[in-house]
Design a protein around this ligand. Structure first.
Ligand SMILES: NC(=O)c1ccc[n+]([C@@H]2O[C@H](COP(=O)([O-])OP(=O)(O)OC[C@H]3O[C@@H](n4cnc5c(N)ncnc54)[C@H](OP(=O)(O)O)[C@@H]3O)[C@@H](O)[C@H]2O)c1
Length: 337
């Protein structure tokens, strides 16, 4: 391929992104800068966090500039190199963009990966990437599960949530998942080994509080929060004393122009709970350790990591929106070559 297709953000989404917020632009394949490399991206990670980076808002990273390609973690092969540490043909992963070719400089996030050790290179975007590491460090290091405790997970059938629940089972917990729809709830029990599943769809606040109470009669000692909004409001009425809440994500509000908020924080006070904001980047110096543990559980068959692999850079918008309709069945990845 002699051209570089790039999926640009050209307008800040108002609420739910629409196709015209993006444009695909074609430019020549770049040459490596002094000391840098050019990567031919093969798989691109599609993540809820990208929606936040599209807003002009204060966060842990600067917003994507208008006219820039959408920032994304990618897995690919070194296409051209001016760096002795990265030979042409070497597989790498890093924080790049939704584009065929990315320029990367040493000292950035780019690292070599061993694709012979995994069934698919895309695994470095799912179980062995930020998603798996988020589940691992967020649960093991922040929530600190004890055998016999009840773990409540929202967004439970998704990439992070399904890994959290399975790790919770490995650590001896009773695991309750909340997900959208009967089929996802069936998968929680049959595919991921959760003890109970709650379908949040079509339930008002009282019904959701009651359904969680039925599934977790002694209350939740830990909540792994991926969703926020109405789901979280129902969860906090089901806390055990001294519950630990890992605030990992708030996908219910990523497309809402008015941030929703939790209207009953009093419940956390009454139960002497702890609300802990979590960001995987804080564990960067321990990725090798977390990755090794995830790889071990995967190879032992104790962990199942599903991927939802969509194809084609030209389908980036439609693929990305699967995260918000709930269509994705596992870690959402875009295969672009
Ligand atoms: N803090 C960190 O370092 C970190 C790192 C990675 C990810 N995260 C967060 O973890 C969460 C899950 O990410 P993921 O990559 O694993 O995505 P995912 O769970 O695989 O996919 C997103 C899922 O969210 C659910 N969802 C979408 N809109 C919703 C809404 N309005 N209300 C309730 N549920 C909704 C859908 O499932 P249903 O069909 O069940 O609704 C959808 O399948 C996100 O909040 C993400 O931002 C945080």
């Amino acid at each position: 391929m002699s051209e570089n297709r790039r999926f640009l953000l050209v307008r800040r989404p108002q609420g739910e992104p629409v196709e015209n917020d993006f444009r695909i632009e074609t430019s020549p394949v770049p040459a490596p800068p002094l000391g840098g490399i050019v990567i031919r991206n093969r798989f691109v990670s599609l993540d809820p966090a990208q929606r936040g980076w599209m807003d002009d808002a204060e966060s842990y990273m600067p917003p994507i500039a208008l006219g820039d390609p959408v920032r994304a973690t990618t897995v690919g092969v070194v296409h051209a190199s001016d760096n002795p540490d990265f030979a042409v043909g070497q597989w790498v992963m890093g924080l790049n963009a939704l584009e065929d070719y990315s320029v990367a400089m040493p000292g950035g996030f780019t690292m070599a990966i061993d694709v012979d050790a995994v069934p698919s290179p895309s695994n470095y975007l799912s179980a062995l990437g930020a998603v798996g590491l988020t589940a691992y460090f967020g649960l093991v290091e922040v929530a600190k599960p004890q055998p016999g405790e009840t773990l409540l997970v929202s967004g439970a059938a998704g990439a992070v949530g399904s890994a959290v629940g399975q790790i919770g089972k490995i650590m001896g917990c009773r695991v309750v998942g909340i997900a959208g729809g009967e089929e996802k709830c069936r998968r929680l029990i049959e595919d991921y080994g959760f003890d109970a599943a709650v379908d949040y769809k079509g339930k008002d606040h009282e019904a959701l509080v009651a359904a969680i109470a039925e599934a977790a009669p002694d209350g939740a000692n830990m909540v792994f929060e991926n969703v926020g909004g109405a789901v979280m409001e129902a969860e906090v009425f089901n806390l055990a004393m001294h519950a630990r809440i890992v605030l990992c994500g708030l996908i219910a509000e990523y497309n809402s122009e008015e941030k929703i908020g939790i209207r009953n924080l009093w419940q956390i006070l009454a139960r002497r709970g702890v609300l802990h904001g979590f960001l995987i980047a804080d564990y960067a110096d321990r990725f090798a350790e977390g990755g090794a543990q995830m790889a071990k559980w995967l190879s032992e068959g104790r962990l199942r990591a599903d991927e939802d692999v969509q194809e084609g850079l030209e389908n980036a918008y439609a693929a990305f929106m699967r995260l918000f309709s709930g269509a994705n069945t596992g870690k959402l990845v875009l295969k672009i070559a």
